[in-house]
Write a protein that binds this ligand. Structure first.
Ligand SMILES: C[S@@+](CC[C@H](N)C(=O)[O-])C[C@H]1O[C@@H](n2cnc3c(N)ncnc32)[C@H](O)[C@@H]1O
Length: 212
C-alpha cells in the first residue's frame, strides 16, 4: 500500500511537540504507559517521545514508523536512553508482524494520521494476543456530529495537508469499537487544558482490550 510521505512534517514536528511535553503531555504519557508490560509494539512512534516512559516491565519494544527521519530520531532517542528498541519501517495498515504476538500495542497521536483507520485497527487487533491491550492517547473529533462534519471538511481542505495527514474530525472511539475491542476503559478527556477550545482538545485516553 503506497503512503504519501510527509517529510516536511517530520522535520518540524519533533521540535513543536517538545513544548507540549513540558506542558503536561509528558505526564500524560507517563501515566498512560505505567501499566505497559511484556512484548510491546508502538505504532507511529515518531521521534520516540514515549520511549522514556516505558517501565521496566516492558521486556521487548518494537516500533513501526513510516518516516525515515522519525525512525532515525527514534533510534537515537533509544540509544540516548540506553533502551533496547527495534524501530522498523512500516505502516499500521500492513504490519510486518505475526498474529497474536504482542501483549500491548501503543498508539499515541497516530490514529488521527493513519490513512485507513479501520485497516490499521484490524492489523493492531491481529497482532495482539487474546486479552492484549491497545493503549491509546488520541485526539478525536467533537462529540457533536454537525461540528464533526465541519471538521472533516476543514481536514480535507487544509489541516491534513499541513499536519502530516492528521485529521481533527475522526470518531476514533467508534472505530476501535468496530474493530472488536472492549472500549469500556477508554475515557474522553480534554488536553491541553486551555481556557479556550482548540480543534485538537478532545482526546480519548486509556486501554482498550482484545477479548481473551
Ligand atoms: C503526530 S505524530 C505522533 C508521533 C508519536 N506517536 C508521538 O506520540 O509523539 C504521528 C506519527 O504517525 C506516523 N504515521 C503516519 N501515518 C502512519 C501509518 N499509516 N502507520 C504508522 N505510523 C504512521 C507519522 O510518521 C508520525 O510519526
Amino acid at each position: 500500500m503506497g503512503r504519501r510521505s510527509h517529510r516536511l512534517f517530520a522535520r518540524w514536528y519533533p521540535q513543536a511537540a517538545a513544548s507540549l511535553e513540558d506542558r503536561g503531555l509528558g505526564e500524560q504519557r507517563a501515566r498512560l504507559l505505567a501499566g505497559a508490560a511484556g512484548r510491546v509494539l508502538e505504532i507511529g512512534c515518531g521521534h520516540g517521545a514515549n520511549f522514556a516512559h516505558y517501565p521496566e516491565a516492558v521486556t521487548e519494544l518494537v516500533a513501526v514508523e513510516p518516516e525515515e527521519r522519525m525512525r532515525d530520531l527514534a533510534r537515537a532517542k533509544a540509544e540516548e536512553l540506553g533502551r533496547e528498541a527495534t524501530v522498523i519501517d512500516g505502516q499500521a495498515e500492513k504490519l510486518p508482524l505475526e498474529n497474536d504476538s504482542f501483549d500491548a500495542v501503543v498508539a499515541t497521536l497516530v490514529l488521527c494520521s493513519v490513512e485507513d483507520q479501520d485497516r490499521a485497527l484490524a492489523e493492531i487487533h491481529r497482532v495482539l494476543k487474546p486479552g492484549g491491550a491497545l493503549i491509546c492517547l488520541e485526539h478525536v473529533g467533537s462529540a457533536n456530529r454537525a461540528i464533526r462534519t465541519g471538521e472533516a471538511v476543514f481536514d480535507a481542505v487544509l489541516w491534513s495537508h499541513v499536519f502530516g495527514g492528521c485529521h481533527t474530525g475522526r470518531d476514533t472511539g467508534a472505530a476501535i469499537d468496530r474493530a472488536g475491542f472492549d472500549t469500556g476503559a477508554l475515557s474522553p478527556q480534554r488536553f491541553p487544558g486551555l481556557p479556550f477550545p482548540l480543534k485538537v482538545s478532545p482526546h480519548l485516553v486509556g486501554t482498550a482490550r482484545k477479548p481473551a
